[in-house]
Ligand binder design. Structure first.
Ligand SMILES: NC(=O)c1ccc[n+]([C@@H]2O[C@H](COP(=O)([O-])OP(=O)(O)OC[C@H]3O[C@@H](n4cnc5c(N)ncnc54)[C@H](OP(=O)(O)O)[C@@H]3O)[C@@H](O)[C@H]2O)c1
Length: 261
C-alpha cells in the first residue's frame, strides 16, 4: 500500500483505485480513526500486526498523523474520506478496498447537539439517526461480502444505550439500535463463519466529552466506581481482543467496558 495515501472526500464521484498491498498482514477497516477511540484502536491494531484502512470525515491532517504513527509500527496504511451519512461515500470506499478484510471496526458516530429532546432541531436529530444507524448498517452490509472467513464486525455502542445519556436521548437511541443490529446480524452471518459484536464503553474523555464544563466532568469522574474515566486504551484493548481468535466464540454480544458503573 502507499503509505498514508489519502482519498479525496467523495459524494457520487469515483475515487481512484486503492493500490495493491505489498504485505499479507490481515487488513482492518476502522471508521472515524482520525482521533479519539478510533485513533487508539488504529495504533494498537498496527502494533498487533494489522494493515489498516482508516477513515475520517473532515480532518484529513489528523488522519494522516494517525496513519504515520501506525506505519511506524510496521503497518501498511490507507486513509480514506468517508461520510457515514452519504450512502455513495460508503459504496465508493468499499468499491476500492485493496483486498478482503479481516475485520471492520464501526467506530465513527455523530453525537449531535446536547439538550432536551423538546429543543432538538429536526435536521440535527435526523443526522444523528442517519449517520449512526443507517450509516453503520450500510457499512456492515457492504463489508459482509468483503470479509475473509473468520472475519469480525465490531461496532462501538455506548452505555447510554442502557442507562441513558444526559441531553443525548437520540444518540442513546441510536446506540440501542446498534445493539439490536449487532445481535440480529450475528445470527445472520454465523453460517458464513463471521462474527458481529458490540463494545459498550462508559464515558471516555475524548472531544465530545471534553466539551462539557469542567465542573460537570469533575462530578462525573467522582461518580465512577473505579475513580477514573474509561480510557481510549481500555476500549482499544477490548476491540483487539474481540477481533482475535481468543474471542472466537463471542458473537451477538454487547461487551460492557464500564468499570462497574
Ligand atoms: N467518548 C465517549 O465517552 C464514548 C463513550 C461510549 C461510546 N463512544 C463511542 O465510541 C466511538 C468513538 O467515540 P469518540 O469519542 O472517539 O468520537 P470522536 O472523538 O467524536 O471522533 C469521531 C470520529 O468519527 C468521525 N466522524 C464523525 N462524523 C462522521 C460521519 N458522518 N461519517 C464518518 N465519520 C464521522 C470523525 O471524523 P473527523 O474528525 O474527520 O470529523 C472522528 O474520526 C463512537 O461510536 C462513540 O459513540 C464514545
Amino acid at each position: 500500500m502507499i503509505r498514508g495515501r489519502a482519498l479525496k472526500p467523495c459524494s457520487g464521484c469515483v475515487p481512484p483505485p486503492l493500490p495493491e498491498p505489498v504485505a499479507a498482514r490481515p487488513l482492518l477497516l476502522i471508521t472515524g480513526a482520525s482521533r479519539g477511540i478510533g485513533a487508539a484502536i488504529a495504533d494498537l491494531a498496527a502494533q498487533r500486526g494489522y494493515d489498516l484502512v482508516l477513515t475520517y470525515r473532515s480532518d484529513q491532517a489528523s488522519a494522516a498523523r494517525v496513519a504515520a504513527a501506525a506505519e511506524a509500527h510496521g503497518a501498511g496504511v490507507v486513509i480514506a474520506a468517508l461520510d457515514l451519512a452519504d450512502p455513495l461515500s460508503i459504496d465508493a470506499l468499499f468499491a476500492h478496498l485493496p483486498r478482503p478484510l479481516a475485520g471492520v471496526v464501526n467506530n465513527a458516530a455523530f453525537v449531535g447537539a446536547r439538550g432536551p429532546l423538546q429543543d432538538a432541531d429536526v435536521e440535527d436529530l435526523s443526522l444523528v439517526i442517519t449517520t449512526n444507524v443507517r450509516g453503520t448498517a450500510l457499512v456492515c452490509r457492504a463489508a459482509i461480502p468483503r470479509l475473509q472467513p473468520g472475519g469480525v464486525l465490531v461496532t462501538l455502542s455506548s452505555q447510554s444505550a442502557q442507562f441513558g445519556g444526559n441531553g443525548l436521548s437520540v444518540y442513546a437511541a441510536t446506540k440501542a439500535a446498534l445493539n439490536g443490529l449487532t445481535i440480529s446480524l450475528a445470527r445472520e452471518i454465523a453460517p458464513l463463519g463471521l462474527r458481529a459484536v458490540a463494545v459498550s464503553p462508559g464515558p471516555v474523555l475524548t472531544e465530545p466529552l471534553r466539551a462539557l464544563p469542567p465542573e460537570r466532568l469533575a462530578e462525573m469522574a467522582a461518580s465512577l466506581p473505579l475513580g477514573r474515566f474509561c480510557s481510549v486504551d481500555d476500549v482499544a484493548r477490548t476491540v483487539l481482543w474481540l477481533l482475535s481468535e481468543e474471542a472466537g466464540y463471542i458473537s451477538g454480544a454487547v461487551v460492557p467496558v464500564h468499570g462497574a458503573r
